[in-house]
Design a protein around this ligand. Structure first.
Ligand SMILES: Cc1cc2nc3c(=O)[nH]c(=O)nc-3n(C[C@H](O)[C@H](O)[C@H](O)COP(=O)(O)OP(=O)(O)OC[C@H]3O[C@@H](n4cnc5c(N)ncnc54)[C@H](O)[C@@H]3O)c2cc1C
Length: 510
């Protein structure tokens, strides 16, 4: 008699590869799959009604990238706009990639994945999704799962449980849930937080609000720059074609970033002085006061440097449109908030720019041969595969370099792996510790002395473990990985194909 699992598989739509999510990772991965594995069938399942992921979710005033689009854009599609781009410009760019490559016909919108189960007998994933249009449970099977679901909960942002929240009579909203219909003209706005979101939203609010206050627990580093790339402008003026400009400018930016990252480690104080000089230049205020609100406690780059186009946040401060309070929030009041040192801040609208809730694998429950997967029990191979979970790759980009650099890189890796499996005639790949890894020290996935944003720190228990060898870490270092990942030996002994360790002489019929 057929088991429930077998019945589900029989009734399912089958694809070779199932991509989860139609954000910048899912669309880029689909492009690479089409280009490099043209024989593979695939589908993208996306719970929203449209593509874009992050760039569709966030609708707060001024929402934009904080890295340049020459590197945040895909390697295969030249970016022709300003380096820092609005969410809409990024969506337009993604829309062009989808249309130009016929990706749209593979996307199933309004499909929220609710379960993913691997079966070693059939070497198949069974993926269940709820279809929004009619609430039906739809089933897909796939040989390979490409997880491009991002890293945070798109529906429930992180809002601390502040005391007295309910007594506040104004509008309290998290930036991630901002509705563009909210009218803030002439109102007093308080933004809680000081990261990239706060840096984006504050100068926009400052244009029309009566006044903006930023309440931060601790200061952030800001990098002020014009929103143009001089080299791109020069090459364009010289009539150079866009693909060449894209390639050259990407290379230049990545070189500059590598130098900057190293300098942040080697000479953080010198870098900070340079960041201050830029603030002075953009505000025209030689005696701009950095203490206490703009002098962080950590070293630059340990958390993302917030980009500040044209020094806008500092110019808002100098123009008297922005006040900064550096203190902990004690309680909400009827009219605003009170901080620990007793400062009262009045506001008509309070915007929490307090970050994300990490959501591992989009919150999808995973099973391998009937057993639930606890990601924290797995060990992560180069930030992309997990011990004990076959035929799956997870796209987790960079935090210090543009996320999409890793999307392109893992696109090549996955396609090489799939083609390698076809050549070998095998159906299953997984990673497993080698003999020399058995005594390896395992630790938290995030190396806190290297990189420690709060949403990752809060979510450590959802994340896999890492080892102390390069194969078992996501080192967050694009400049190292761009050599390491393409050079991966797919016959290295960390790979098992159809249960047989690569590099061993045993060959089994597939
Ligand atoms: C406001 C903001 C600005 C940012 N700016 C930058 C930047 O400038 N540079 C940079 O490098 N990074 C930036 N980031 C990080 C950014 O999230 C990534 O760079 C990138 O956009 C992530 O893309 P993604 O496709 O991997 O994930 P997402 O954009 O999160 O997309 C994932 C998709 O998967 C779908 N999904 C999730 N779960 C399920 C499920 N169960 N079933 C079906 N579908 C599901 C979601 O609906 C979503 O569409 C920014 C993040 C934010 C929030």
């Amino acid at each position: 008699m057929a088991t429930a699992a077998a019945e589900k598989q029989a009734a399912a739509t089958h694809v070779d590869v199932l991509i989860v999510g139609a954000g910048i990772s899912g669309i880029g991965s689909a492009y690479h799959l089409q280009e490099q594995c043209p024989g593979k069938s695939y589908a993208i399942l996306e719970m929203k009604d449209t593509f874009g992921g992050t760039w569709e979710t966030h609708k707060y005033p001024g929402v934009r990238s904080d890295s340049d689009l020459y590197t945040f854009g895909y390697r295969f599609k030249p970016w022709v706009g300003t380096p820092i781009a609005s969410a809409q410009a990024i969506l337009d760019y993604m829309g062009e990639v989808i249309e130009e490559n016929g990706i749209d016909k593979h996307i199933h919108y309004g499909h929220r994945i609710t379960r993913a189960a691997w079966d070693s007998k059939t070497n198949l994933w069974t993926i269940e999704a709820t279809r929004k249009s009619d609430g039906a449970n739809v089933v897909f099977t796939a040989n390979f799962l490409w997880m491009c679901q991002g890293y945070y909960d798109h529906e429930k942002p992180y809002m601390p449980d502040w005391p007295g929240k309910d007594s506040y009579k104004g509008l309290l909203i998290h930036a991630q849930l901002w509705d563009p219909k909210i009218d803030y003209k002439g109102k007093k706005v308080l933004v809680i937080g000081s990261g990239a979101t706060a840096a984006t939203v504050i100068p926009e609010f400052a244009k029309d609000a009566a006044h903006v206050t930023m309440l931060q627990r601790s200061p952030t580093y800001f990098f002020c720059s014009e929103n143009r790339n001089e080299l791109a402008d020069k090459l364009r003026a010289g009539g150079i074609d866009e693909p060449t400009i894209h390639r050259v400018v990407r290379a230049q930016i990545m070189h500059d970033q590598a130098v900057m990252t190293q300098r942040c480690i080697d000479e953080p104080d010198v870098v900070f002085e340079e960041l201050k000089m830029l603030v002075r230049a953009f505000t025209g205020k030689e005696d701009f006061e950095f203490e206490p609100h703009f002098t962080p406690k950590y070293r630059p780059w340990q958390q993302r440097l917030a980009f500040c186009p044209e020094g806008d946040i500092f110019r808002a401060a100098v123009a008297g449109k922005l006040s900064v309070v550096t203190d902990e929030l004690d309680t909400f009041t009827e009219t605003g908030v009170r901080t620990k040192d007793g400062t009262e801040i009045e506001a008509d609208i309070i915007v929490a720019a307090t970050g994300f809730n990490l959501l591992m694998m989009g919150g999808i429950p995973f099973f391998v041969d009937g057993q639930p997967v606890d990601w924290h029990d797995t060990i992560n191979y180069r930030g992309m595969m997990f011990t004990g979970v076959p035929n799956m790759v997870w796209v987790m980009g960079y935090f210090r370099a543009s996320w999409t650099l890793r999307v392109d890189m893992l696109g090549d890796f996955v396609c090489n792996l799939l083609n390698h499996m076809d050549k070998k005639g095998v159906k299953r790949v997984e990673v497993a510790l080698r003999d020399e890894d058995r005594d390896m020290t395992l630790g938290d996935w995030i190396e806190t002395d290297n990189f420690n944003p709060s949403y990752l720190m809060r979510g450590l228990k959802q994340l896999p473990k890492r080892g102390d060898k390069p194969e078992w870490r996501h080192n967050q270092d694009y400049w190292a990985e761009r050599d390491q990942i393409p050079a991966t030996d797919l016959e290295g002994s960390e790979f098992l194909y159809d249960g047989v360790r690569a590099g061993t002489k045993v060959t089994e019929a597939a």
